[in-house]
Design a protein around this ligand. Structure first.
Ligand code: ST9
Ligand code: FAD
Length: 623
């Protein structure tokens, strides 16, 4: 048995029974895709995930890629290569490509449902397979030259990277110092050192295309300070014939000069990438081309980042899901201790640990969060369906775009924090000491999932993005829209009277989260007013992560209760026993989440409202 345990039933429940995705299938750009085909795709990916993708998950953690500093190459373990090739051969990466690039044109909701399965089974397979997907950025932003490169990236399955981070420029991307010097032939020479670059070297594709943020020098009006002075360059590892894509045999002057040893997701290479160092290789310059011939680097890069943030949140949640299901299986068979009712009787029969209230608390907590966050991912993806449908019709659904923007930091920031913590405190804990061993996949899950709170913008960055950009800058429109939708649900007496208490809890949770926003807006306003104290903005900064988590709790509770409403309806019909249990489980997890998570928001609100500047006034030496 492989490590990966999927929950396709819950994915299908969300897609079709709650989110009504049948509405988007069979019409517009998805005319050729019907319900049965979508389910068949999911079933096929689930099988692949549980077998060929999962096969190399543990072994490539034990024997990670090997870096050869002499020739700047990386050898990826053979078992992982097999998993990767199986995924590429199956062609599922094409689900995310537009039809003009040979893609199969599927709605984002189906894509993210599929991605959950891949990311849960072997996240690095998805990450390495993103090369063709990166090509869409060249296609969407490029001139004819870039579009030709995009085609080669897809047809020849080249790898690709996103290259932002430098030793002194992590969260603060605008501090980047890598330079781009214009050349008479229209190309650019890139000079500098980037670090922590995922997939920058491996031996699974003939070429790797780096999308690099660098600061142009000597170009009037461009290359100023901060992120706005950065431009995006296309820098291939090997030069190639633009018309055919054939490699010319000429190595570009961009080399991996180090590969990190790290806590988790070890098979995914994390590289130092050096551009244009004459002492390396043949000393050739690192030649790049300005994407689209426009200096709009950070905005172009954010097209990648938005996708990657959704990917990271989905990866985290997928890992928690398999962590929970492994823990559940273990708990059903592990016999330890007597039932609490008979605890005083030393001769009482021993029971499986699922009989213990504390284990049940833990299991239901895991189940509720997994299901809530899966609903969050797929709901967000359903909003992306709206964006995609409008685009296909030559229009824009601005409300959907802004709602998606609002939800992305929740998927990424909230999803990764909750998943990583629960994997450690609940999934691993369910195994007792065995969870600490390599005999079970949980210890690797915990290590592999920790990165999700760090890359693609740390949790602190997600919290700030949510408040400053997605709420304040958006004048609260998207927040108002989703809050109104939640209020409408509460007022609708959903669940036929059976979810009355939970609706009240949801209402109070929404009020509490709203009060946190109000408090923060008040501090921000005070900080900006002439008679106010500019230091009041610190009070905002002390609460951005709190808001991220509180808002995530509210959205997940709402989506779980929407699911419970559907499940309660189904429970009034004739069902097989397994379906009966499934729907009972849906109601139970929604109730549990509402009753055990939402009441804590009152405390979060009280903490936010009582925020003062004591922590900012504390001298550093007193920490
Ligand atoms: C990394 C990779 O960590 C890890 C895993 C790699 C996996 C690779 C595989 C991925 C698969 C994906 C394939 C994808 C293909 C794509 C397909 C697409 C169809 N939303 O607030 P300002 C922009 S990588 C949108 O002043 P500062 C915007 O243009 C490293 N745009 O920021 C804005 O201008 P304006 C990840 C946003 O103070 C401009 O930026 N590193 C957003 O200058 C300036 O905004 C990080 O994530 C947004 N939310 O800079 C860095 N925000 O305002 C984290 C900003 O005029 N740090 N823009 O619209 C941050 O995010 C910082 O907040 C900062 C601050 C750098 C933005
Ligand atoms: P710092 O920015 O130094 O942050 C340190 C701490 O300070 C964090 O807790 C952070 O939240 C906090 N902090 C920093 N600034 C602020 C602020 N303004 N307000 C509040 N808190 C703040 N980068 C790429 O470009 N491409 C990749 O492919 C890539 N892959 C990666 C893979 C791995 C395994 C790792 C570890 C990193 C990868 N990165 C990649 C880099 C990653 O995106 C950065 O590590 C991340 O953005 C954080 O930057 P930093 O590590 O410099 O931390």
């Amino acid at each position: 048995m492989g490590h990966y345990k999927s929950n396709l039933r819950d994915i299908v429940f969300n897609l079709f029974e709650v989110l009504g995705r049948d509405e988007v299938l069979g019409r517009g750009p998805y005319e050729d895709l019907d319900h049965d085909t979508a389910v068949a795709v999911l079933t096929e990916v689930e099988h692949l995930a549980g077998t060929k993708l999962a096969d190399s998950f543990a072994s490539s953690d034990h024997e990670p890629p090997v870096f050869d500093p002499a020739d700047h190459t990386v050898a990826v373990p053979a078992a992982f290569k097999k998993s990767f090739q199986a995924y590429m051969d199956a062609g599922f990466y094409q689900l995310e490509l537009p039809s003009e690039l040979g893609g199969q044109t599927t709605p984002p909701s189906l894509q993210w449902a599929v991605n959950e399965l891949t990311l849960g089974a072997n996240p690095a397979v998805y990450i390495y397979s993103a090369g063709p997907k990166f090509a869409t950025v060249l296609w969407n932003n490029g001139v004819e030259r870039d579009r030709k490169i995009a085609r080669h990236m897809i047809e020849r399955q080249w790898g690709a990277t996103m290259v932002l981070t430098e030793p002194d420029a992590g969260s603060d991307v605008g501090a980047g110092r890598t330079r781009a010097i214009p050349q008479p032939d229209g190309s650019w020479h890139i000079e500098g050192v980037k670090r922590f670059i995922t997939s920058a070297e491996h031996d699974m594709s003939e070429n790797i295309v780096h999308l690099v943020l660098a600061r142009p020098v000597g170009v009037e009006g461009h290359g100023g300070p901060g992120t706005k002075g950065l431009s995006l360059f296309v820098v291939p590892k090997h030069h190639f014939d633009l018309e055919t894509g054939e490699l010319t045999g000429e190595r570009n002057g961009v080399y991996v000069t180090g590969v990190e040893h790290k806590m988790g997701i070890k098979v995914s290479t994390t590289c130092e990438l050096t551009f244009g160092d004459p002492s390396i290789g043949a000393g050739a310059p690192a030649r790049g081309w300005l994407l689209g011939e426009v200096h709009d680097g950070i905005a172009q890069m954010f097209q990648v980042i938005e996708h990657a943030r959704m990917m990271v949140g989905t990866k985290a949640i997928a890992t928690l899901s398999t962590g929970y299901l492994n823990a559940l299986d273990y708990a059903k068979t592990r016999i330890q201790g007597a039932d609490l009712i008979m605890a005083a009787d030393k001769a009482a029969p021993r029971v499986t640990i699922t009989h213990h209230p504390d284990v049940r608390r833990s299991l239901l907590t895991q189940k509720a969060f997994v299901e809530g966050m899966r609903a969050l991912v797929l709901y967000t993806a359903s909003i992306q369906d709206r964006v995609a449908l409008a685009k296909a019709a030559g229009e824009r659904d601005v409300a959907a775009e802004k709602l998606n923007d609002l939800l992305l930091p929740i998927v990424k920031g909230y999803g990764s924090e909750r998943s990583w913590v629960l994997l450690g405190t609940e999934s691993l804990q369910t195994f007792g000491g065995s969870g600490f061993l390599q005999d079970y996949p949980i210890e690797q899950y915990v290590r592999d999932a920790k990165i999700d709170t760090l890359y693609e913008g740390t949790t602190a960055i997600q919290g700030q993005d949510l408040f400053f950009r997605k709420i304040v800058r958006n004048k609260g429109l998207a927040l108002g829209a989703i809050s109104a939708e939640i209020m409408q649900f509460i007022g609708r007496q959903a669940g036929n009277g059976q979810l009355k208490e939970e609706r009240e809890l949801l209402q109070q949770g929404l009020i509490d989260a709203g009060a946190i926003v109000e408090t923060m807006v008040e501090s921000l306003t005070a900080a900006g007013s002439p008679e106010g104290d500019p230091r009041d903005v610190y009070k905002v900064g002390l609460n951005t992560t709190r808001l991220l988590m509180a808002f995530g709790d509210v959205v997940c509770a709402w989506l779980l209760l929407r699911g419970a409403e559907v499940a309660l309806d189904k429970l009034n019909t004739d069902l097989t026993e397994s379906e009966q249990r499934f729907y009972e489980g849906k109601v139970a997890s929604a109730r549990w989440f509402a009753r055990t998570v939402l009441p804590k928001l009152a405390a979060e609100r009280a903490i936010a409202e009582a925020t003062d500047l004591a922590v900012m006034d504390l001298p550093e030496a007193a920490f």
